[in-house]
Ligand binder design. Structure first.
Ligand SMILES: O=C(O)c1ccccc1N[C@@H]1O[C@H](COP(=O)(O)O)[C@@H](O)[C@H]1O
Length: 212
């Protein structure tokens, strides 16, 4: 039975206009990438302005990759995000510290699920997201291989787009889905029709009469 409330996160938002468009199209959350290595990096000022324009019901998620604790907290505060997404190789104590300030989406590769269990399983304020080894690389995970181990309540990322997200939902029943590269015309520039099609595909797959 599909979860009626799968959350949709549209990541890599770089402009106020893209944020407003994704929110109006029905995104539950917008991702703002603050990792210096990213082609989708955005300033805290733009993220903050975007957040002020999307209304109170859309979550704003600051996305970080292997960045220092002070940098994460300072940037999150400046951008006024409502949650933080943490990629990279990070000690559990670091993740728990940030979870004391913001709800955390902790992103792991399937291979790290078992070894890092203590970071996400039953940890207050931490939600697990599974992603491919290269964040923002547009490569899907092997959903069939993952299905027997996919933790209840986890989110899914990695190469999701309008044409495959329903299949991923059928396979894994994630609590939320997150995408960036397959929603773009080019890195950092959204393709509005892909964003709309992605959100529609998730909503359709949540309809109980959708074939399983
Ligand atoms: O997209 C990036 O550039 C990026 C950089 C650093 C950390 C995370 C990044 N993106 C995250 O990657 C996944 C999935 O991306 P895709 O759909 O496979 O392209 C998602 O969680 C983004 O938030």
């Amino acid at each position: 039975m599909p979860d009626p409330a799968i959350r949709i996160k549209v990541c890599g938002t770089t402009t106020v206009a893209d944020a407003v468009h994704a929110a109006q199209a029905g995104a539950d959350a917008l991702g703002f990438i603050f990792a210096p290595v990213s082609k989708r990096r955005v300033s805290a000022a733009v993220a903050r302005e975007a957040g002020l324009n999307v209304g109170p019901s859309v979550a704003r998620v600051g996305v970080f990759l292997d960045q220092g604790l002070d940098e994460v907290l300072r940037t999150a505060e400046a951008a006024r995000v409502s949650a933080v997404q943490l990629h990279g190789s990070l000690p559990g104590v670091y993740v728990r510290r940030i979870a004391g300030y913001y709800p955390v989406l902790r992103v792991l590769r399937p291979a790290d699920l078992t070894t890092e269990k203590n970071v996400w399983e039953g940890v207050s304020g931490v939600t697990l997201m599974l992603d491919a080894p290269e964040p923002g690389g547009g490569v899907p995970l092997d959903w069939a291989a993952l299905a027997p181990h996919f933790p209840s309540g986890a989110w899914l990322a990695g190469g999701l787009g309008p044409w495959n997200v329903a299949q991923a939902i059928r396979a894994l029943q994630p609590a939320g889905v997150d995408a960036v590269s397959r929603l773009e015309a080019r890195p950092g520039v959204k393709d509005p029709s892909a964003v709309e099609a992605f959100i529609a595909a998730v909503r359709i797959s949540m309809n109980p009469s959708y074939p399983q």
